[in-house]
Design a protein around this ligand. Structure first.
Ligand code: SF4
Length: 491
């Protein structure tokens, strides 16, 4: 699985992040829709199925929100004309890949909810493990849901609590005490922008500032894109409110000692130019490559990375081993929503369409190929085959994460165990299946180096989750969608 295959149609061997969130409040009253657009564009790697922007004017009527959501990439959904109609100086945005709830326009975010105190706009990255029971509880008291996503459960609870308490931040905190799982949230109330991160800090969320506007974003790369300065990360368990009267206010009564940042943000999900909780994603990937070179050395002529996330790890391997770094793959990233997907019978595989090998770089050479992970193995065997066809005399595969052995319940779509190539197989077996000369994974004990000593989640490698996994299916109709929709599954 590799990042370049994160296109708008999905390969079975890909793994996906759930979502990216963005929020902004311009105290000077300037319209923010354009800025949200560019922020979402920078977060596009976190979700490519749908996107949405909701804005409001803090000086206008309390319930008035303009929003536009659509299926597809940010630059497919919005035009200069449609953005110009989104008037308001506070807003939230979202890019989505569905890990819970089907991929439909109804499930696109931000959710906009009218309630007695005004209107809420909410965008969520993560997965709630107790969403089904919370949903049932609400339905029994008369709630009618518009979507099948767990984020609506949070929105409903906030709206209910808001009626009972004095401020929206208090309502958010009370609602979040009921939910279990992973969430990074941006919420727009009529007069405040709110950010919240779950107590384990599974997913990232940071604060930025540009002129007289404050920003909340999943990753710092979005702040760089819009020319904002990084202020700080939202801490695990922290709720922040942003308003002209008080600037940034922080509420930490849900903060706890135990954290569980998703280590896969550093290995694969996050963009290379992001910094999460003080740890650079680039440094983390270089470190992973260095660790692989120390632990699993092999004689070779060139080290290459599978774009994009394998590249920095390949550089790290090269720096540590002294073996030259090379570019072996050219990717074609221009895959849009209307792309005609290759059929199984055709010679054009999804991998070949998106990735080509530079023969000159590998012909007659012993190649070390670094990738970030192997999920089912179907992509890896094709890429190894392509290197051999291009003349590589040996292909040694090094993976910058430990083997996936367990599913994820916290916002990524690592599949069930039976579908994972590493489940019940030895490394030698996997090496044979993907057709490599040798194969080695990053050792589990190296993971702390990737997070710079910060606490992290390793559930998909170890089966030890930071909280009890859900007892019932939390993906809703997501699984049906994945299995049943031809338009999103290619071989
Ligand atoms: S189980 Fe794996 S992918 Fe899921 S949050 Fe934990 S480290 Fe990340």
């Amino acid at each position: 699985m590799n990042e370049c295959l994160r296109s708008h149609y999905y390969d079975e061997d890909e793994m996906h992040e759930e979502c990216g969130v963005f929020g902004i409040y311009d105290f000077d009253g300037n319209d923010v829709a354009n800025t949200i657009y560019y922020g979402l564009f920078a977060l596009q790697h976190r979700g490519q199925e749908s996107c949405g922007i909701a804005v409001s004017d803090t000086a206008g009527p309390k319930g008035k929100v303009s929003s536009l959501k659509g299926m597809g990439l940010v630059n497919e959904v919005y035009t200069p004309d449609s953005l110009s109609k989104l008037k308001g100086n506070i807003g939230v945005g979202h890019v989505r890949y569905s890990t819970a709830g089907a991929s439909t326009i109804e499930n696109a975010q931000p959710l906009v909810l009218n309630y007695v105190k005004g209107t809420l706009g909410l965008a969520h990255n993560g997965n709630l493990v107790n969403a089904p029971e919370l949903r049932r509880e609400l339905e029994l008291t008369g709630a009618i849901f518009q979507t099948t996503i767990d984020s609506e459960v949070i929105a409903y609870h906030i709206a209910r609590e808001r009626v009972k308490c004095g401020s929206v931040e208090e309502a958010v905190t009370r609602a979040l005490k009921k939910v279990r799982g992973s969430y990074s949230l941006v919420i727009m109330s009529p007069r405040k922008l709110i950010g919240a991160r779950d107590p384990f800090g599974f997913r990232p969320l940071c604060i930025g500032k540009r002129d007289n506007a404050y920003i909340l974003a999943s990753e710092s790369c979005a702040l760089d894109t819009i020319g904002a300065e990084f202020v700080r990360d939202v801490e695990p368990g922290e709720v922040v409110t942003i308003s002209p009267e008080y600037g940034i206010q922080s509420y930490k009564n849900m903060c706890q000692e135990q954290h569980a940042r998703c280590i896969f943000e550093y290995i694969y999900f996050a963009r290379l130019d992001s910094v999460i909780d003080g740890m650079s994603v680039y440094d983390s990937r270089i470190t992973a490559g260095r660790c692989l070179a120390k632990d699993s050395p092999v004689d070779a002529d060139v080290v290459v990375g599978v774009p994009e996330s394998g590249n920095a790890a390949a550089m790290g391997y090269s720096l540590e081993s002294g073996i030259p770094y090379g570019t072996a793959f050219v990717k074609n990233g221009y895959v849009g929503r209307t792309f005609i997907k290759p059929q199984q019978s055709q010679r054009e595989s999804s991998v070949r369409v998106k990735l080509n090998v530079l023969k000159e770089a590998v012909n007659g050479k012993r190649v070390i190929m670094i990738d970030d992970s192997i999920v089912r193995g179907t992509t890896s065997d094709r890429i190894v085959g392509m290197l051999r066809e291009a003349g590589a005399t040996e292909v040694h595969v090094r993976i910058s994460s430990p083997p996936f052995l367990y599913p994820c319940y916290f916002g990524t779509d690592i599949p069930d165990r039976e579908q994972l190539i590493a489940y019940n197989r030895s490394v030698d077996d996997i090496c044979k299946i993907i057709g490599a000369d040798s194969l080695a994974y990053l050792k589990m004990e190296r993971l702390p180096e990737l997070s710079g000593g910060r606490q992290y989640c390793h559930g998909c490698f170890s089966g030890e989750y930071p909280m009890k996994p859900p007892t019932e299916d939390i993906r809703g109709d997501h699984e049906d969608f994945k299995r049943g929709s031809e338009s999103h599954i290619i071989s």
